[in-house]
Design a protein around this ligand. Structure first.
Ligand code: ATP
Length: 365
């Protein structure tokens, strides 16, 4: 299969197992975002694909070739990291040209008769110049080709790093938090540029981020990783609305999903603190009910809770509640601003049964 295929990848550092059998497919033309808490193994997995680390077991295919034994330069992947790693003494054009010059140099060195003569890496010449210009223009750097990195803003530097990655036309892009050094508005703008580049290149893109809104807005599919395992891989909408695991449900979504202790008897009616809800479930016994903040609403009857605080966010209103020691959050329309119940009031909550997510004691749906 074209793209990236990882199967049962295991990796330990000094007896500490970091990756516990990770399998993941990124098809050619597909954008997969890898998200998960700090230390869960995202960067390690990327480094294995790039060839900077070796897996202890498992397989890696890049564009259909077993790649584990290939050197990083032979893998046909381009990496973009958080730190731009530009050469400070080279101009923008020269920085972008580096991978092409290296490729030429490699080809040159393979010719024994010509070996030792270095084609121009200083200054950008010939066929390389056209490729550099087209990559630079794709990223709006056309007017900055003669500048050096110190004369660029952070966003411009990151774009040079991106241009340097696309100029190679690789089979796959590996991006590890490439936007985390940019300020908020530039980050949002550059998101679109990266997705654009990905679409035009038609390569497989594996993109690590700890910013879930980045993952949900950019990716075709989101892979949620925790403790060295991938818990679920699904389209952004499904990972949010249909998480298959309690850990996925709690990791994705801000504010966090509401979790309530619940139980279902022989009749299958889900009860919260003895109050029957409209939800019927095939599961029985003690369960956890998950409801997103926008799926809970105030009602004349339902689950009782006490208002603790109100937060006005502009586009919505958050009502913070407490029931039985558990904090809950409701997202309301900002029109409700003048009509929210006073702090300390007891209110009742309901939810549409199809929006309630029921998890068993093992955390699975
Ligand atoms: P973050 O989001 O913070 O970047 P991550 O999910 O990318 O985290 P990794 O960088 O892959 O996590 O690290 C996973 C674990 O492996 C961490 O506990 C880290 O300390 C450990 N680790 C990573 N590289 C090495 C190494 N070379 N030697 C020893 N331990 C390492």
């Amino acid at each position: 299969m074209a793209g990236i295929t990882l199967r049962s990848v295991i990796k330990s550092f000094g007896g500490n197992r970091i990756l516990h059998g990770v399998s993941l497919d990124v098809a050619a033309g597909e954008f997969v975002a890898l998200v998960g808490p700090s230390g869960c193994g995202k960067t390690t997995l990327m480094r294995i694909v790039a060839g900077i680390e070796q897996a202890d077991a498992g397989s890696l295919h890049i564009n259909g070739r077993e790649a584990s034994a290939l050197r990083p330069g032979e893998r046909d992947v381009a990496m973009v990291f958080q730190s731009y790693a530009l050469y400070p003494h080279l101009t923008v054009a020269e920085n972008i040209a580096v991978p092409l010059a290296m490729r030429r140099l490699n080809a040159w060195q393979r010719l024994p008769v010509l070996g030792g003569t270095l084609p121009g890496t200083r200054g950008v010449r010939g066929g390389i110049a056209a490729e550099v210009r087209s990559a630079a223009e794709a990223l709006g750097l056309g007017a900055l080709l003669e500048r050096r990195p110190a004369q660029l803003s952070g966003g411009q530097r990151q774009r040079v790093a991106l241009a340097r990655a696309i100029v190679r036309r690789p089979a796959a892009f590996l991006m590890d938090e490439p936007l985390s050094n940019l300020d908020a508005s530039l980050r949002v703008q550059t998101r679109r540029e990266i997705v654009d580049i990905h679409r035009r290149a038609g390569a497989a893109t594996l993109y690590v981020t700890h910013d879930q809104s980045e993952a949900l807005t950019m990716a075709d599919r989101v892979a949620v990783m925790q403790g060295g395992q991938i818990l679920q891989v699904a389209a952004p909408r499904d990972i949010y609305a249909d998480p298959q695991d309690l850990r996925v449900a709690t990791f994705i979504g801000s504010p966090r999903i509401n979790l309530l202790q619940a139980e279902a008897g022989a009749d299958g009616v889900l009860r919260v603190g003895g109050v029957a809800t409209a939800l019927r479930t095939a599961a029985r016994g003690r369960l956890t009910l998950g409801i997103r903040p926008e799926d809970l609403s105030l009602a004349p009857q339902g689950i009782p809770a006490c208002v603790e605080a109100v937060e006005f966010l502009g586009e919505s209103l958050l009502l913070h509640l407490r029931r039985d020691g558990t904090g809950l959050v409701l997202r309301l329309s900002p029109d409700m601003a003048g009509r929210v119940p006073a702090i300390g009031t007891e209110v009742r909550l309901e939810f549409a049964p199809q929006r309630g997510l029921v998890f068993g004691s093992d955390g699975a749906r």
